[in-house]
Design a protein around this ligand. Structure first.
Ligand SMILES: [Ca+2]
Ligand SMILES: [Ca+2]
Length: 289
């Protein structure tokens, strides 16, 4: 019996050690350490030290518009206590007479037309919005992403991190973020790759950094300065890209309550951490020395 138990234990241990690869479960970052000081110099940053969004660096949508299961509204974005905060909230009467639809209102900011860079290191330090059905992200884009030619060198959406597993307590998956790329548009020809899910440290309550080193050969992703994985799919983008910080709500046509890629169904009751806040301490961009 003793022997049977120890064999059983060994089998369980064997499969548990394989599990992250077998079932795409989250992994702990374990690659190379980022050598920021010796290899990079700062080219652009926002520490969010003021009391309003710096319009010389970012644009926010000037109009309320539908996005997935909610709406983007610039009034959901504020700068306070050294942070950019994108807030998400259910508004029974919308935000104005013109936009009076009930629903979830959240926000986005981007540097399109104000700052774009090719290659370098791009990092955000942030606390993720703690609510089921929420999807926050730090990502990069250019117009070439829509160009369908079989390759990603003309433009590639680079998702440094996306959070969508808050509600997932199994295997502590809720503490993990996903990282990947997309190119050749968003239709049937769309292509992409992902390194899967990696753990951050208590990301809904504590600051973590999420970064990508972009070289002519590859994208190397980091959490808290430790490499998570690398992607070369499609050929690495060789055009400048702009930065985006966004929050989305699972759903479509402005109607929430869908379970989008396992985000879970958002619900305003019980009042689970509402309003949910995506709190960004800084965005820093570097170029290789
Ligand atoms: Ca392309
Ligand atoms: Ca700050």
């Amino acid at each position: 019996m003793q022997k049977l138990i120890s064999i059983f234990g060994a089998v369980v241990f064997f499969f548990a050690s394989l599990a992250p690869n077998l079932w795409h479960l989250p992994k702990t970052p374990s690659g190379q350490a980022l050598d920021l000081e010796n290899r990079f110099e700062l080219t652009w940053s926002d520490e969010f030290d003021g009391d309003a969004l710096d319009q010389s660096k970012w644009i926010d949508p000037w109009w309320v518009y539908e996005r997935k299961g909610g709406y983007w509204d610039k009034d959901m974005v504020r700068v306070q206590d050294g942070n950019l905060i994108i807030s998400t909230e259910y508004k029974e009467n919308g935000v104005s007479e013109e936009h009076s639809k009930p629903g979830y209102y959240t926000g986005v900011v981007e540097t399109r037309g104000k700052f774009e860079q090719c290659y370098g290191y791009f990092e955000v330090r942030c606390i993720l919005p703690a609510a089921t059905g929420m999807w926050s992200a730090f990502w990069m884009m250019n117009e070439g992403v829509y160009n369908v030619d079989g390759f990603g060198d003309d433009g590639t959406e680079v998702d440094v991190f996306e959070s969508m597993k808050y509600q997932d307590h199994w295997w502590k998956a809720g503490d993990a973020v996903v990282t990947g790329i997309h190119y050749d548009g968003y239709g049937p020809e769309s292509k992409g790759d992902s390194i899967g899910y990696y753990y951050a440290n208590n990301p809904y309550e504590e600051y973590n950094t999420y970064g990508v080193e972009w070289t002519p050969e590859e994208y190397i992703f980091y959490i808290n300065g430790v490499e998570t994985g690398r992607i070369t799919a499609g050929g690495v983008c060789d055009n400048p890209e702009y930065l985006i910080l966004s929050c989305e709500v699972a759903g479509e046509n402005g109607v929430a309550n869908a379970d989008r890629h396992g985000t879970g169904r958002i619900t305003k009751t019980p009042a689970e951490n509402w309003p949910a806040e995506f709190i960004v301490d800084y965005v820093r961009v570097y170029q290789h020395k």
